[in-house]
Design a protein around this ligand. Sequence first.
Ligand SMILES: *Cc1c(COP(=O)(O)O)cnc(C)c1O
Length: 217
Amino acid sequence: MPDTTPLTDIRTRLAAAAKLGGHATPTLIAVSKTYGPDAIEPLLAAGVTDFGENRVQEAQGKWAGLRARWPDVHLHLIGQLQSNKAADAVALFDTIHSVDRPSLIAALAKAMQSSGRRPDCFVQVDVGDEPQKGGVAPGDLAALLDTARAAGLPVVGLMAVPPAGIEPAPFFALLAKLARVHELTGLSMGMSADFETAAQLGATHVRVGSALFGSRA
Ligand SMILES: *Cc1c(COP(=O)(O)O)cnc(C)c1O
């Protein structure tokens, strides 16, 4: 039986940090990218319902079988999405965290119209001015949100991946402020190293991989 002790510890710390900030406990998204069903099943058995993947193709292969056994699972796409994979993403995922440009909005809107599925969408913001990570520049966010709403996308919040190696709190605070300004309630922020800081600053979704599964190869 694989060890699910990290899960208990993470849940406890997550709840305590959120409480400290006066917030509800965020949804814990177990980021299972690169991990196979053997590593995922113990978490499903322990009651984890939300999983994150960063590649559409990898997720399709892995989750087809798992979902048949665990129909209540909620799948989150957390990685950059190419427009030509939008239809596959809409078919598989319940929430998409990486909406960041008009061409992708158009592709997602088209896929939602033809499939009838409407995954919740987070708009990714490039809070640390690192264009290679994806995300819309904070100054372009208002216009992109207008585009997304005009296209009928169900935008529920904002997502960010702050720069590595420096204090993340100012970036989380910036994302929270942008969400408030735009009247969005969802805040997808915080990973293994900083989910407590994110929860304290009002994250509604934290994305935790290595702290749950061990470091990736
Ligand atoms: C991989 C990944 C995570 C999880 O990272 P860990 O440090 O392993 O917790 C969270 N968010 C995104 C966007 C990722 O790509």
